[in-house]
Write a protein of this length. Structure first.
Length: 115
C-alpha cells in the first residue's frame, strides 16, 4: 500500500492543490510532494493533519475500497484525474437524459479530435 497515492487521489478528488494542503496543515509543499510520490512515509500525526485538511477520517487512508486504488488502477495522469473528478462532481446533479446528452457530446468531440 502506498499511502501517498491514496492521499493524492483524495486531494485531487476534492479539487485541492498541494498548496491548498500546505496552507491548511502548515506542512511544506515539497514534503507533501515527497509523501505523494512515495519517497517519504508520514507519521500518524502528519497523516492526521492531512486527513483534517481533506475533511476525512484518518481511517479512510487505509480503507480497502480506497479511491486511489480505483483511480490508480487505470494509470491516469494527475491532469486526467482532475478532469474526471470535475466531470464527476458536476454530473452528479444531472438527470439521466442530460447525462446521455453529455456522453454523446464527449463521444462526438473524441471522434473529431485531431490526434
Amino acid at each position: 500500500m502506498n499511502i501517498g497515492t491514496t492521499i493524492r487521489a483524495h486531494r485531487l478528488q476534492k479539487g485541492l492543490s498541494q498548496g491548498d494542503i500546505e496552507k491548511r496543515t502548515g506542512l511544506l509543499r515539497c514534503y507533501l510532494s515527497r509523501v505523494e510520490n512515495g519517497h517519504t512515509v508520514p507519521s500518524l500525526d502528519t497523516l492526521s493533519k492531512i486527513a483534517l485538511a481533506l475533511d476525512l477520517p484518518i481511517a479512510q487512508f487505509f480503507a480497502d475500497d480506497s479511491l486511489s486504488r480505483q483511480l490508480n488502477r487505470q494509470n491516469l495522469s494527475d491532469e486526467e484525474l482532475r478532469f474526471l473528478t470535475q466531470i464527476r462532481r458536476y454530473s452528479a446533479n444531472l438527470n439521466e437524459s442530460d447525462r446521455k446528452l453529455l456522453l454523446a457530446m464527449v463521444k462526438k468531440f473524441a471522434s473529431t479530435a485531431v490526434r
